[in-house]
Design a protein around this ligand. Sequence first.
Ligand code: SF4
Length: 320
Amino acid sequence: MRLRDFPEEELFLQGSAACQGCPGSAALRVAFKALGRETILCVIASCTSVLQSPFPVSALNLPTLNMAFATGGATASGLSAAADRLVASGAFKEKPTILVWAGDGGTYDIGIQALSGAAERNTDFIYVCYNNEAYSNTGTQRSGATPYAAWTTNTTKGKDEWRKDIAQIMVAHGVPYVATASLAYPTDMYRKFAKAKEIKGTRYIEIQAPCPPGWKFPSSHTIKVARLAVQSGMWMLYEHEGGKTAYTAGTQRIIQGQSKLLPVEEYLQAQGRFRHLFSPEKDEMRIAEIQGRISHIFDTLQFTHKMKEHIMDIELAPPR
Ligand code: SF4
């Protein structure tokens, strides 16, 4: 799939109330193209509740329900069950895709209980977390997704804790499909949505969403920051199904040795939320802590990849 092969129909319309360079609106556009018109959208309180534009106009050209922060999994469970009944009664020819669209606040913190319940029941829906790593729509407070050392309005010297890894928590639920995505790799993102559409049960997709006002970078740099996140290993691209994880796009290229892992400093310096790590003095210790974590993960993955290649190269002697 190439960009030029994306469907032309726009289900995310012009005139949204999003900030310039908003990652949420770009992600909605790609997701809608992959999922198509037969989709019912459930928006959890987040920037999307605002950027869809106020009633009576809307940038969302799909049937949409707006829901409270904590209710993503529960609402999807009801919608999915209702759609099954309508298919059984003949009112619907086919079941539409039930799509929950939530931010990291509504996923990592406030919505995790309902999401976990729905995942445990293997409810038939796609849950998307567009992760801008803070409560951006209320002015950038810390969330469970905020990375270590990042500035927010209530972590002014940098967050002291490492972020939760919700995608891996969803893997632990044993759901049929879990994937991570990046705006800098739109064809990879599109393919993951198109694949999720064809799978039954709970599917979870998490998109890293660099937010210009919250992360403090120019609005024209959204894709550049998203790409640096993958190239530096601060965001990893993979999909998990059938008990196996496959790394994809930029992450796969680093693991396979086709491109180099960039120093994490390049990613940190591209954003004002990490400015305190470089000024008035460079905080060598915290930068080294972050780099150390990433290097350890990639050293392990690259070693495992090389071992697999090596093992496949070994020819077993024929049995005597
Ligand atoms: S605050 Fe960030 S995520 Fe929210 S609408 Fe603005 S750019 Fe998008």
